[in-house]
Design a protein around this ligand. Structure first.
Ligand SMILES: NC(=O)c1ccc[n+]([C@@H]2O[C@H](COP(=O)([O-])OP(=O)(O)OC[C@H]3O[C@@H](n4cnc5c(N)ncnc54)[C@H](O)[C@@H]3O)[C@@H](O)[C@H]2O)c1
Length: 355
């Protein structure tokens, strides 16, 4: 039986707790400095409430922790958890800077514990199937990846920590772009970004951001000093290009593009809608272009993805080894490198060379 603790009792921590229960992992305890939130989380998920991170990390019955706190606390808490001998599932982004990523990696290395990055999109059923197809060589060498995640109205808690650069590190790029940057490199096994071009902008203000329905309530009078729209082109050392289109808010028609990847190879292509139960595959039959629909076994793609992430973490806790395909700390650092290069390219209005 795997026992975990949750650090943070916010939006995503609730999803982690539900997922843990679904796959048979026990959530033993939670900590959140907002007492009321921690208490209601404790009663909802049937776990103890600890008054501090330290008290949670001292517990012998906890094998691993999920860290689901604002981005500026990732490094400090991940390092404390690893030093306390706990395996760690760390929400994305890994940290606020490369230096913080390196400090986390050092703590992982000296503790000998598992550090798994919360790159949950890797476990979307469509992403898993696409990776298999690419690894079987069915679309040949990958030439280009177009990665898209465009929300019409989806700024998380405008005015709160997500939209405050000093707490989040950035806007939609560091919030949702991270998933696509990781996924593109993971699915294609191309992890050598060489040149990075980026364009970031804030298209909305607290005054122009209106909506009929939203899943996250703005914080009255808060800070909004981060981007809500990003475009980027990354070229890797093999010449493969990765195009990124991400938004928290746009005037595009609703659902005009599905979340996912369009992958073009020398022999074929894949359209990967992350939350679908099918993939579209393009290929040539004696030179004649064909389209095939590949059906995938899906229960609920979103829940399946979280189940996959948590099963990998439970298996890692049981074996003491990170499971193949799970996000490593090095993957988290690599994504941070690309993110920093995109921000630098935007600021300096030049292409950034990484290698
Ligand atoms: N994998 C995903 O798809 C996904 C989705 C959403 C958020 N996230 C990531 O998860 C993290 C949390 O996001 P969220 O949406 O749940 O935010 P949230 O604001 O809903 O929750 C964060 C919680 O952390 C608590 N907190 C603050 N300081 C703390 C501390 N020292 N110890 C313990 N708890 C503390 C806050 O009180 C709050 O309840 C972020 O890093 C975010 O990027 C990942």
């Amino acid at each position: 039986m795997t026992n975990i603790g949750l650090i943070g009792a916010g939006m995503i921590a609730n999803i982690h707790a539900e997922t843990a229960k679904r796959i048979g992992t026990t959530v033993a305890a939670v900590h959140d400095p907002r007492n009321e939130k921690a208490e209601s989380f404790g009663s909802l998920h049937g776990c103890d409430v600890c008054d501090s991170v330290e008290l949670l990390l001292e517990r012998d019955d906890i094998d691993g922790v999920v860290i689901a706190v604002p981005n500026d606390l990732h490094a400090e808490i991940a390092i404390a958890a690893l030093n306390a001998g706990k395996h760690v599932l760390l929400e994305k982004p890994m940290a606020m800077s490369i230096a913080q990523c390196d400090a986390i990696l050092e703590a992982r290395n000296s503790s000998g514990k598992v550090l798994q990055m919360g790159f949950v999109c890797r476990y979307s059923p469509a992403a898993l199937k696409a990776k298999q197809i690419i690894e079987r060589g069915e679309i040949g060498d990958v030439l280009h990846v177009q990665a898209t995640l465009l929300r019409q109205r989806g700024i998380p808690g405008l005015g709160g920590w997500f939209t405050t650069k000093s707490r989040s590190g950035g806007g939609c790029l560091i919030d949702i772009g991270v998933h696509l940057i990781d996924l593109g490199m993971h699915i294609t096994s191309k992890k050598s970004p060489a040149r990075v071009h980026g364009k970031c902008l804030q298209a909305f203000t607290a005054e122009t951001y209106s909506y009929e329905e939203m899943w996250s309530t703005p914080v009255e009078g808060g800070t909004f000093d981060v981007e809500d729209r990003v475009r980027s082109l990354v070229t890797d050392t093999s010449g493969t290009t990765f195009q990124l289109e991400v938004s928290w808010a746009t005037h595009l028609p609703e659902n005009s593009m599905n979340d996912g990847l369009l992958i073009e190879g020398t022999k074929g292509s894949l359209v990967v809608d992350l939350w679908s139960d099918k993939l579209q595959k393009g290929f040539a039959d004696n030179g004649v272009p064909k389209t095939e629909t590949v059906q995938i076994a899906v229960r609920d793609a979103w829940e399946d993805a979280f189940d996959g992430e948590h099963q990998a973490f439970a298996d890692a806790i049981a074996s003491g080894e990170l499971v193949d395909g799970a996000g490593t700390g090095e993957d988290g650092r690599l994504v941070q490198t690309v993110i920093e290069a995109i921000y630098a390219s935007d600021k300096q209005q030049v292409e950034i060379t990484l290698q």
